[in-house]
Design a protein around this ligand. Structure first.
Ligand SMILES: *Cc1c(COP(=O)(O)O)cnc(C)c1O
Length: 309
């Protein structure tokens, strides 16, 4: 394994992340208090929920003396990006198993960044990638790289929960009480599960099509099936599917930035806030409800067209 640049400062987070009050016609008409928890500001490259979810996984890998990390992701994955940056910062070698057929492999900016940080990229077909959670398969592919510490897609493991719980605790301290709901975008559901496991109610907005499976995944991950009443999963705000978007969503991102000086991205956070605004408009919540929407970061994957608007 090549020696990687060691930059310990890289992992020093900006904590606690700001909690920002969002006020506009929609929140006023709904008589709801809305905050945004700015986890996008945790760190330049290991941002948002990826930092929260990776923290205890990486400390575990260090404690156990592992030299390298192996993980899974797509060619635009925020998780892959975060693992490459955090791994380099903490002196681990990193290996990324990336979904992509030979004919469609393009070096995305995300993959370029990962390679620059020393990540070894191993492309596999879509069919093969489907095995990413199969124990035997994981053993086989990781054995090609010695014995790396394996982190599943999205960093969603039991060790992701305590990191997310720290975000919840930080928020409670900032507010002085627990909000009625935390609102979050869901991909694997690890972040939603972490919030539930901290004993809070969650509004989870699936970022992908056909996301109803997330209900089970989230409840299983959070380790307590009794928490079913605490989770409200919304599956109709995927805008066509994972990483799909339309101009309405892009306009929403632009308008939100003009109004609040906060940048959202089109894969997760804009879909969540769009869905949340829709619920506010339809008077889904009783007057006086307090909601904390979590800005889970992901701005490395912002559409280039949106960077300067
Ligand atoms: C990965 C990601 C999510 C999804 O988090 P899960 O824990 O997988 O549900 C949400 N928002 C952003 C910005 C992400 O990068």
């Amino acid at each position: 394994m090549t020696k990687l640049p060691k930059n310990v400062d890289l992992l020093i987070p900006s904590l606690p992340t700001p909690l920002i009050l969002i006020e506009n016609e929609i929140t006023r008409a709904a008589d709801v208090t809305l905050y945004i928890k700015r986890d996008d500001l945790i760190h330049d490259t290991v941002s948002g929920n990826k930092w929260r979810k990776l923290k205890y996984n990486l400390l575990d890998a260090k404690d156990k003396g592992f030299q390298s990390l192996l993980t899974f992701g797509g060619a635009y994955s925020n998780h892959l990006y975060a693992v490459a940056a955090a791994g380099a910062g903490m002196g681990f070698g990193t290996i990324g198993i990336v979904r992509g057929e030979d004919h469609e492999i393009r070096e995305t900016a995300t993959i370029q960044f990962c390679k620059d940080r020393g990540m070894v990229i191993h492309y596999v077909s879509r069919a093969e990638y489907k095995n990413r959670n199969d124990e035997e398969y994981v053993e086989k592919i990781s054995s090609l790289y010695g014995s790396p510490y394996v982190i599943p897609e999205g960093g969603t493991t039991a060790l992701a929960l305590p990191g997310v719980q720290e975000m919840v605790e930080e928020t409670r301290q900032q507010l002085g009480f627990s909000p009625d709901y935390f609102s979050v975008a869901a991909g694997t559901g690890g972040t939603a599960a972490g919030i539930l496991s901290a004993g809070e109610k969650v509004l989870a907005f699936a970022a992908l099509k056909g996301g109803s499976f997330l209900e089970n995944d989230i409840l299983k991950l959070s380790g307590n099936i009794k928490e079913a009443g605490q989770l409200s999963l919304f599956t109709d705000y995927h805008f066509g599917g994972y990483a799909k978007w339309n101009y309405e969503l892009l306009h929403f991102i632009k308008d939100f930035k003009v109004a609040h000086r906060i940048q959202l991205e089109q894969v997760y956070t804009a879909k969540m806030l769009y869905g949340l605004y829709d619920l506010l408009i339809s008077k889904y919540f009783p007057a006086g409800t307090t909601i904390v929407a979590v800005h889970t970061g992901g701005l490395q994957g912002l559409l280039p067209d949106l960077v300067d608007v």
